[in-house]
Design a protein around this ligand. Structure first.
Ligand code: PRX
Length: 632
């Protein structure tokens, strides 16, 4: 702990010395002239100016001499009876070089955007790395998103290339990814070529000229490739994420700072050792997968399990089977998975040893005390420290978390900031709360290397979303409590972002989808607590004609949300009302409907200033009926 305190103090007092030293442990083609530049007022911060590097040389080439034959990925297929694949650092290097050469031969160049929509297979990691190798900017779209959502993202980033696969089985569900891509690309005239991995031999359509098999792209390609020299601030990737308003934002991360931060935080938070077997259950389609399934672990020469399946298939003991089978030492998952397992009782632990585990991690949403204790006791056998890691797509890496086995933990607290991170709590007026024991909105005071640099194509939106609410501070969108020990506990979003099973969903996006229904003239979506998912969506609709059949309406709305976003964004509850409470200026008062939906109708406060206070009574009655008998 003393070492942490010293490192933290140095990182704040002398950030250039601190981060310069961390960066020295990586391989550079040219050294930086300055560690940090710019500030939050102009939102022009940069890291490691004038340095040149390629992140894949740091993930792969520099390990080959010592670790070439070490396994980089253990691929555990959806079906446990199918063969496991072991991909060594040499194999991964060969695969990345061949695809990099293949993509270059197709005409993909530095700065081009490549959209990736793939299942959890090693080739997904290879795709990210091959793009990074040639300087193309990858934009991964999670495999659960719909055709419309892919099209929106492809067009926003003006991607001319796509990489996908025929499809995948997740549990017993068959997903034909290629046909979803085909549908998406009807709306994307800019896409020239689609590289298709034949993963499951599904019967798919290959469009001549546009579609090329992965195996044809890499055929005859060399197993070596001269990695393109990237400037420190050249973009590395775009990752779309939801906010309070409007369409999802393409969060932009650049090369050097992201690399230094992903590598540093992986090594330190998990206290990674060379003989560890690390398993993060997140999909590579989200930021956790980018930073802690691909870049962070590879930068540290780690061996990771890459799991194609789901926790419930073929039964709820699957995760523990995988832990025992591969002797996993570090296990990193989301509270939703923990709560879902907890709800199954203890039967699924029967015959499972879990004795290899050393460290447990949690990410993506607040972990409640009960789930924390269950995890600690039943998975960690009270022996494994839990690192509750708080961070975001925008932060690139973990900002607040214990260091495994070093920081004393407290259930449901993400504990202390990592070196270089200065969290502050502010009140609604933007005053910094200086006393230790306080609760407010969580902001960060100065830049760290892994911080996002912009929203792709819209820097003004980046500034207005994160830097306009509180001048000179990065606003996270989260509420937070700090206790007498200076420990931080994240309480959840304070904006209109809802965290369902760790998936970040913007209410505006779901409302736009529901608004497409011909009978709906107005709607509002709020998040309410859910025992397993953390939060779930509660949708209110006002209809032109009183719906005759709520089950049918609910199905139609589910279909719309699945088509526009993906099935993970479907509301759990649907309530038809004659109108929504509004202010005199016409703004929907979500606070009121949220309180009613949360089952606290007495806490809605004063409604006399509403334009239409009469709807409130009706909403209370309708919500009570819906909760008793949800139609969805
Ligand atoms: O509300 C916080 C929650 O997830 C949000 C970020 O979501 P996303 O960008 O999708 O990244 C998720 C993976 C890093 C945050 O604003 N969140 C994330 N981790 C935690 C958390 N809330 C509480 N505790 C955490 N450990």
């Amino acid at each position: 702990m003393n070492e942490y305190r010293l490192a933290y103090d140095e990182s704040i007092a002398h950030p250039d010395i601190f981060w310069g030293r961390v960066a020295d442990s990586f391989t550079w083609k040219q050294r930086w002239s300055k560690v940090r530049s710019g500030d939050y007022h102009q939102v022009n911060y940069t890291w490691f100016d004038e340095a040149k590097l390629n992140i894949t040389e740091n993930c792969l080439d520099r390990h080959l001499l010592a670790l070439g034959e070490q396994t980089a990925y253990i691929w555990e297929p959806n079906d446990p009876k199918e063969a496991v694949r072991h991909i060594s650092y040499n194999d991964l290097h060969n695969m990345v070089c061949r695809l990099a050469n293949g993509l270059s031969a197709m005409g993909v160049k530095k700065g081009d955007r490549v959209c990736i929509y793939m299942p959890m297979v090693p080739e997904l990691a290879v795709s990210l790395l091959a793009c990074a190798r040639i300087g193309a900017i990858h934009s991964v779209v999670f495999g659960g998103f719909s055709a419309q959502a892919i099209a929106d993202r492809v067009n926003d980033a003006d991607c001319h290339w796509m990489i996908t696969a025929d499809g995948v089985y997740r549990g017993d569900k068959k997903l034909v990814l290629k046909s979803i891509v085909d549908e998406a690309l009807e709306r994307c005239p800019g896409v020239r070529n689609v590289v298709v991995l034949n993963h499951r031999n599904f019967d798919i359509t290959m469009y001549p000229k546009r579609d090329i098999w992965w195996h044809d792209v890499i055929e005859h390609q060399s197993e070596t490739h001269d990695a393109v020299a990237m400037d420190a601030e050249d973009p590395l990737f775009i990752l779309y994420t939801s906010g309070s308003t409007g369409k999802p934002k393409g969060v932009l991360h650049t090369t050097a700072g992201y690399m230094v931060y992903a590598g540093y935080t992986f090594a330190n938070v998990f206290q990674h050792q060379h003989d560890d077997i690390y398993w993060c259950t997140a999909d590579i389609g989200w930021i956790t997968g980018h930073s802690y399934m691909v870049y962070g672990p590879l930068l540290c020469g780690a061996t990771s399990v890459l799991f194609e399946g789901v926790p419930s298939y073929p039964d709820w003991g699957r995760l523990w089977d995988v832990v025992d089978k591969h002797r996993v030492t570090i296990f990193y998952t989301a509270p939703t998975a923990i709560r879902a397992l907890e709800a199954q009782g203890l039967e699924h632990f029967k015959g499972k040893s879990l004795s290899s585990l050393r460290v447990l991690g949690s990410v993506g949403e607040p972990i409640n005390e009960e789930a924390w204790n269950w995890y600690h006791e039943n998975v960690g056998h009270q022996r494994c420290p839990i690192v509750d890691t708080w961070w975001q797509t925008e932060t690139g890496g973990i900002l607040i978390a214990p260091l495994a086995g070093i920081t004393p933990t407290k259930p449901s607290f993400a504990t202390l900031p990592l070196p270089g991170v200065i969290p502050v709590l502010v009140d609604a007026q933007g005053n910094e709360l200086l006393e230790k024991n306080a609760e407010g909105n969580l902001c960060i005071k100065q830049s760290w290397p892994g911080q996002a640099r912009s929203v792709y194509g819209d820097h003004d939106r980046f500034i207005s979303t994160y830097f306009a609410t509180y001048k000179g501070l990065y606003f996270t969108g989260d509420g937070c409590r700090r206790d007498d020990d200076g420990y931080y506990r994240i309480t959840g979003r304070v904006d209109d972002v809802i965290n369902v099973s760790g998936h970040r969903i913007g209410t505006a996006e779901v409302e736009n989808a529901i608004d497409e229904h011909e009978n709906v003239y107005e709607c509002a979506v709020v998040g309410i607590p859910h025992a397993i998912k953390g939060q779930c969506l509660f949708a209110f609709v006002a209809c032109h004609h009183q719906p005759q059949n709520m089950t049918a309406l609910s199905k139609e709305i589910h279909k719309l949300v699945s088509e526009k976003i993906g099935s993970f964004a479907r509301p759990d509850y649907l309530c038809a009302v004659s109108g929504l409470p509004k202010t005199r200026s016409g703004k929907i008062m979500r606070r009121i409907i949220r309180k009613i939906a949360e089952g606290e109708p007495d806490k809605i406060g004063d409604i006399t200033t509403l334009l239409n206070p009469e709807v409130v009574e009706e909403i209370k009655i309708k919500v009570a009926e819906v909760i008793k008998a949800p139609v969805s």
